[in-house]
Design a binder for this molecule. Structure first.
Ligand SMILES: Nc1ncnc2c1ncn2[C@@H]1O[C@H](COP(=O)(O)OP(=O)(O)O)[C@@H](O)[C@H]1O
Ligand SMILES: [Mg+2]
Length: 223
């Protein structure tokens, strides 16, 4: 079992008049190597759920266990170590440092990893090759096209060799050709045995043969 989510609730602004229940008693299990699509309209709670799995935020109640570790209770310092080691997160807006080069953006994910520089450089090169962006290694991110930025973000997400890849609307800012290229890379990662979760309402994902499961969210619940 890769992920076990038990009775997760998330209330934003808890205890205030603005309190909002974004996730309502979510239960979900994901096997190692599974590829899951999280679908649902904007506001249904997809990003909130992903941020809890990635330990970017904590649930109001319930339990999240990833690879045997109870991550819903991790103190912040451990949460960031868990993210760096175990999770590759790919965002819609890429979240890259625009004035740094591709290579520097990718290497930055290994800062504080304790891995020595020679190996960091090898891992960075390997990851850029895997994401088909090595030919732009020295280029500043701000000079890249949208598709290239996405591939840089993929390289950064993969560099620490995480077992779990989480993508939030990864193709929302890509044209069809780049979306298909992105899907090709995901398929390779799936073949490599990675566990993958993609929140998306891009219809391109619905018919992919390697998608194991589509989970649909509505108003903070799985339906
Ligand atoms: N930090 C926050 N504070 C208050 N409300 C939030 C916060 N983040 C998300 N929400 C609300 O929670 C709901 C689910 O948001 P989100 O998980 O981003 O949905 P999705 O990713 O499916 O579009 C939305 O109604 C959103 O406005
Ligand atoms: Mg979202």
């Amino acid at each position: 079992m890769m992920i076990r989510i038990e009775n997760i609730c998330k209330v934003f602004n808890e205890g205030t008049p603005q309190a909002f229940e974004a996730l309502k008693s979510i239960n979900l299990e994901l096997d190692k190597g599974e590829m899951m699509i999280l679908s649902g309209v904007s506001g249904s709670g997809k990003s909130t759920l992903l941020s809890l799995i990635a330990a970017l935020d904590k649930p109001s109640s319930g339990k999240i266990v990833v690879e045997g570790e109870l991550i819903s209770k991790l103190p912040d310092l451990h949460a960031s170590a868990y993210r760096a080691k175990s999770i590759g997160f790919i965002f819609q807006h890429f979240n890259l440092l625009e004035v740094l080069s591709v290579e520097e953006n990718v290497m930055a994910a290994l800062i504080n990893s304790g891995i020595d520089l020679t190996e960091v450089k090898q891992m960075t090169k390997r990851s850029m090759e895997q994401a088909s962006i090595y030919h732009k290694a020295k280029q500043q991110v701000k000079e890249l096209s949208g598709g290239e930025k996405q591939r840089c973000a993929i390289a950064r997400a993969l560099v620490a060799e995480p077992n779990l890849i989480i993508c939030d609307e990864p193709t929302a800012n890509l044209d069809k050709a780049n979306s298909l290229k992105f899907i090709e890379i995901l398929q390779q990662l799936h073949q490599d045995g990675k566990t993958i979760i993609v929140a998306t309402h891009d219809p391109l994902f619905e018919t992919l043969p390697f998608v194991g499961r589509v989970v649909h969210m509505e108003d903070g619940s799985i339906v």
